[in-house]
Design a protein. Structure first.
Length: 221
């Protein structure tokens, strides 16, 4: 008859045999690699690494203004109180222009408009030098005109002006705008800019004056 102690001893013996067998099948751990310096990664006769030849940036220009040459006097800077006495010292604005519009009206000896003219009938000069005409048209274009009437005229002359005012306003087209002014010793606005066909008879009558009866003309204003 066997006691329970013999079974425990036999189980421990089997576990010990299994552990020994498992230890024999475990592979060896990897060996540490030798130091890179020992393998001669950088041999003694190796050439030195090339240096980074980065260009040196140029120095920025100094903000200090340049001094005038020795012996020369610097021109005084204009101030807010400086008064310019020469036209040559005034500031100039230069603009390059490639197109200039030249309006023209041609009338005959009787004052009537001449129609049917073309670009070959005109010659444009600039400082005596002929200029090429690149665009030519006889189409009407809208105008903005101010009619200013001098009311300090002799009565006979003023009467003729008053009679011609309706015809003068009627000579504008429907696309034009007209303003009416009168002046004697002062300038007065009678009618602001409005369509030429919309100028009322009341505005035309307001600009009319009887004129002066003899004596010297009124000046001033």
């Amino acid at each position: 008859m066997r006691g329970p102690g013999s079974g425990v001893v036999k189980l421990m013996f089997l576990l010990a045999l299994a552990g020994a067998a498992w230890a024999q099948n475990v592979p060896d751990a990897p060996q540490p690699k030798p130091d890179a310096q020992q393998q001669g990664q950088f041999p003694d006769n190796a050439p030195p690494a090339p240096k980074n030849q980065r260009p040196v940036p140029a120095p920025e220009p100094s903000a200090t203004p340049a001094l005038p040459p020795q012996g020369a006097e610097a021109a005084p800077e204009p101030t807010g109180d400086t008064v310019i006495t020469s036209r040559n010292d005034l500031p100039r604005i230069s603009i390059i222009t490639t197109f200039v519009q030249v309006p023209v009206t041609v009338r005959d000896k009787s004052g009537r408009l001449v129609s049917g003219l073309g670009p070959k009938d005109f010659l444009v000069l600039e400082d005596g030098v002929p200029q090429q005409i690149r665009f030519f048209t006889s189409d009407p274009f809208p105008l903005s005109a101010a009619v200013v009437v001098d009311t300090d005229l002799p009565s006979t002359t003023m009467k003729k002006v008053n009679e011609s005012l309706p015809a003068l306003i009627g000579a504008f087209s429907e696309f034009d705008e007209v303003a009416l002014y009168r002046y004697g010793h002062t300038v007065q606005l009678v009618s602001g800019f409005t369509g030429a066909t919309s100028v009322s008879t009341v505005s035309i009558n307001k600009i009319k004056r009887p004129g002066r009866e003899g004596g010297p003309p009124m000046v001033g204003g």
